[in-house]
Design a protein around this ligand. Structure first.
Ligand code: AOF
Ligand code: ZN
Length: 341
């Protein structure tokens, strides 16, 4: 199952909004086939693993009848973009299936396991269950909470200030940290900022200092005050502008009007992103926007850099406490991830 998890992770950044899944086929204690879900819309992990065995052994399916297939997520039971993996396992008469965790998706959710058992296959479930769920925490959040997985990110000074009052926060963290932030962006479906950050920092919100795809952009601009010349309106990726005036499309820029900005903005935005199949969002500021999500309890991780300097004044950084966290260093920057439990 550890190997399944390693394989699954190779799909990171390519399979969303599908889960990352890995599969391993074992015969007499030896791995004879491996597979993972490579890309959204393409073959599932089990299909790739089975095909590898067939290709390796001169188109023979005989060994499958004496093998065990390990898979990090319950084999699917439905016709989606591909036929059901549970049917494939039954067809090849693989006698034993070891499952990491159940697939919470409505059309599967236990039905894959039931199908296998009904066909007389031995099924063992819950092997490295927590690790398997954790790997797909974005997928689980979307399916179970009907919202994207939310990562908050900001940089602050040792004395807890957010940014110099008159400008960019970039001076707070070093080069290494900036690389890491770009890698983080590449791992999520969307990046969100508030109006002030868009205006003052004029961020590009893309991936430049790391490999990987740029996320979709989301900006909150209640009264549509932002200039169209800002970097985030360069039409290079799909960009959502939440406002209270218009729902309209201008190339890749999608304006979405929301009601009740005073009260429910985080909830409404998250639901709209969910409807767009956006499975995760990294919120990069500013303080006002971050605090709105924190006040609503709508966050899953907070990734906070603390630089080497004191500022003595400025915008007070958001406060997060009472949750589990891990700390480590990046260059000379101290860095902590809080998990909302
Ligand atoms: C598996 N193995 O490797 C994956 C599964 O549209 P489709 O056909 O790609 O189906 C997508 C759904 O299938 C997805 O929401 C999730 O429930 C399951 N993903 N299942 O047996 C896999 N990626
Ligand atoms: Zn499947």
């Amino acid at each position: 199952m550890h190997r399944c998890l390693e394989l699954a992770e190779l799909g990171k950044g390519f399979v969303s909004p599908n889960p990352m899944v890995g599969a391993v086929i074992v015969h007499n204690g030896l791995i004879i086939g491996e597979g993972y879900h490579h890309k959204y819309g393409e073959a599932h992990a089990e299909v790739n693993a089975v095909n590898q065995v067939i290709a390796k052994f001169n188109n023979s399916v005989e060994l499958l009848k004496e093998s065990t297939i390990y898979v990090s997520l319950e084999p699917c039971a439905h016709y989606g973009k591909t036929p059901p993996c549970s049917d494939l396992i039954i067809k090849h008469r693989i006698p034993k299936v070891v499952v990491g965790c159940r697939d919470p998706f409505d059309q599967v959710n236990g039905k894959g396991i039931e199908k296998l058992e009904a066909a007389g296959i031995e099924v063992i479930t819950g092997v490295l269950e927590e690790e398997c769920k954790w790997l797909n925490r974005r997928f689980f959040t979307r399916i179970q909470k009907h919202r994207p997985y939310i990562i908050l990110k900001w940089a602050q000074t040792i004395d807890g200030f957010f940014a110099p009052e008159n400008g960019s926060q970039h001076w707070i963290t070093g080069t290494e940290s900036r690389k890491l932030v770009h890698q983080w962006r590449s791992e999520e479906d969307a990046v969100l900022v508030g109006k002030n950050t868009a205006m003052i920092d004029n961020p590009q919100l893309n991936v430049r200092n790391a490999n990987g795809k740029s996320p979709k952009r989301v900006v909150i601009d209640r009264k549509l005050e932002l200039s169209k010349n800002l970097n985030l309106f360069d039409q290079s990726v799909e960009t959502f502008v939440f406002n209270e005036i218009t729902t309209d499309v201008d190339g890749k820029i999608k304006y979405i009007a929301l009601e009740d900005f005073e009260r429910y903005v985080p909830q409404y935005i998250l639901f709209q992103l969910y409807l767009q199949d956006i499975q995760s969002v990294i919120i990069e500021g500013g303080a006002f926007t971050l605090n709105k999500f924190i006040e609503a309890g709508l966050w899953d991780e907070a990734r906070i850099f603390t630089g080497e300097n004191n500022l003595n004044k400025g915008i007070v950084a958001p406060q997060i406490s009472g949750n589990t966290s891990v700390e480590f260093s990046v260059g000379s920057d101290k860095f902590r991830i809080f998990y909302n439990s």
